[in-house]
Design a protein around this ligand. Structure first.
Ligand code: C2E
Ligand code: MG
Ligand code: MG
Ligand code: MG
Length: 287
């Protein structure tokens, strides 16, 4: 049983899960009930400020604790949620939960003057959510409701999503920016976009996909690609997060290239809310 293997182990399904296999239909059906049954939770993966070595913030990552199958990876159920439209409710739940958690952390930081007031929280947004006409209005209402200082809030949108963005969605991104919410381009490098299109969107952070970070080496072309991404992003006034740092060597490379932030198992896997809270309260320093 996957559950017995611990919280970072997922149940494994056939990766090529066909649309109509009984297994897939079962999962789809279970997913419809999972919200009501309160089976989702958020894990938080630390993002490290490489200049100071301190915790900068977290990326919120959704987890599904299936009663029989154990922990199921978002890479398994997010696509199903997107195809069935359930992503609207799920995405909304994620955003609400993440914002209310950020508010709790902020309250703590505000009361304790020895801590820096800043804490970032990144939340993933599905391309399907971006198609929602009243998305901005809903987000605005939510932010008013939780009384959050949302200067630390950033929404992550994948590069491939950005490429397919029509004018209406692009305008929504601009409105988010106007509200003061940050925008991250996620998994950068995997979408085969022309780098020159970056400036068309109000992005302030680029997250370099882990496949590039992990492919870096003394004479590898990946290193050159990452170098080019960093140079371009900086020339457009954007910051960079290197994803998937697993080794000291990778950290060395991306530091030398000038990335401001990093995320990866080398620092920490995604952790539960109690552990994340301890990191915030301890003003954790990584290096
Ligand atoms: P992502 O947004 O690119 O998130 C990073 C993924 O990389 C996470 O997987 C994280 O656990 C994993 N990761 C981080 N550091 C390392 C590392 O050093 N090595 C390796 N091998 N992996 C690392 P996770 O949590 O399984 O999430 C997978 C994807 O599911 C996310 O990729 C994101 O696209 C999607 N996702 C997760 N939560 C949400 C959500 O709330 N909403 C939406 N729309 N998508 C979500
Ligand atoms: Mg992400
Ligand atoms: Mg990512
Ligand atoms: Mg990714």
């Amino acid at each position: 049983q996957a559950k017995a293997k611990g919280r970072n182990c997922y149940a494994v399904f056939n990766p090529a899960m066909q649309i109509n296999t009984p297994e897939r239909l079962q999962l789809e059906n279970d997913l419809r009930w999972a919200l009501e049954r309160d089976e989702f939770c958020l894990y938080y993966q630390p993002i490290i400020n490489l200049t100071t070595g301190y915790l900068q913030g977290f990326e919120a990552l959704v987890r599904w604790q299936h009663p029989q199958k154990g922990m199921i990876s978002p890479t398994q159920f997010i696509p199903i949620a997107e195809e069935t439209g359930l992503i609207h409710q799920l995405g909304w739940w994620v955003l609400r939960s993440a914002c209310s958690q950020l508010q709790k952390w902020q309250r703590f930081l505000q009361k304790n003057s020895e801590y820096p007031p800043f804490l970032g929280l990144n939340v993933n947004l599905s391309p399907i959510q971006l198609e929602q006409a009243d998305l901005i209005e809903q987000i605005y209402n939510l932010l008013m409701l939780v009384e959050l200082d949302y200067s630390g809030l950033k929404l992550e949108i994948t590069e491939s999503c950005l490429l397919k963005t029509a004018e209406a969605q692009a305008n929504r991104l601009k409105q988010l920016k106007t509200l003061g919410i940050g925008l991250c381009i996620d998994d950068f490098g995997t979408g085969y976009s022309s780098l020159s299109r970056l400036h068309e969107f109000p992005i302030d952070t680029v997250k370099i996909d882990r496949s590039f970070v992990q492919g870096m080496g003394p004479n590898s072309s990946q290193t050159e690609i990452v170098k080019t991404i960093v140079t371009l992003a900086h020339s457009l006034g954007m910051n960079l997060v290197a994803e998937g740092i697993e080794t000291p060597k990778q950290l060395e490379y991306i530091k030398a290239l000038g990335c401001e932030f990093a995320q990866g198992y080398f620092f920490s896997k995604p952790v539960d809310v109690e552990t994340a809270t301890r990191l915030v309260r301890g003003y954790h320093r990584y290096s």
